[in-house]
Design a protein around this ligand. Structure first.
Ligand code: FES
Length: 176
């Protein structure tokens, strides 16, 4: 995904601020990446290069660590973050069907963002609302007993029009 010049500028500025609080020891790598993610919501390549420079290690080493741990997101999250619970209760109640439904409707896979950057999709562990399984969390709002029809309804409430009939896998959603 291509970052705008403004996104790069913000990423570099924020990363620089974070690095001021860390010495140049390699052991600081993960805490620094965590801070970058907390501040920016993701860890962009420009930030990794800056971190590498600060720690005096090759950028590829930073990249390897950031891609190894799936706690790190490498692309900016969507404006709306859709998290589908795949904990045991939700899984038993068809969480995977709901996840597939979101994937088809958005035309993206897990850990991806729609081309218009409106939505990103994640699978998460139990969010603590098991009696409402299967659960989807959108931004901070929890939605329980989600069905495929409810998925369409939720998208509609965000201004996404679902064409009648089954959408094909990978087909882009139609924006109003
Ligand atoms: S398993 Fe989904 S909320 Fe607990």
């Amino acid at each position: 995904m291509h970052l705008t010049e403004e996104e790069k500028r913000v990423a570099l500025e924020q990363t620089g601020n974070i690095l001021e609080n860390y010495s140049r020891e390699r052991g600081n790598l993960i805490p620094i990446l965590q801070q970058v993610q907390e501040k920016l919501g993701y860890v962009p390549l420009v930030a990794m290069e800056e971190v590498a420079r600060h720690l005096g290690i090759p950028a590829v080493d930073v990249y390897s660590v950031a891609t190894f741990y799936n706690q790190f997101r490498l692309i900016p999250p969507g404006k709306h973050q859709i998290k589908v619970c795949m904990g045991t209760a939700c899984h038993m109640k068809g969480g995977n069907i709901i996840l597939d439904c979101w994937k088809r409707r958005l035309g993206i896979d897990v850990n991806q963002v729609t081309p218009d950057r409106e939505f990103s999709l994640e699978r998460v562990a139990c969010v603590g609302c098991c009696t409402m399984a299967p659960v989807t969390v959108i931004d901070e709002e929890v939605y329980g007993k989600v069905t495929p029809t409810r998925v369409d309804g939720l998208l509609f409430s965000f201004g996404v029009k679902i064409p009648k009939g089954q959408q094909k896998e990978g087909e882009a959603v139609e924006q109003q």
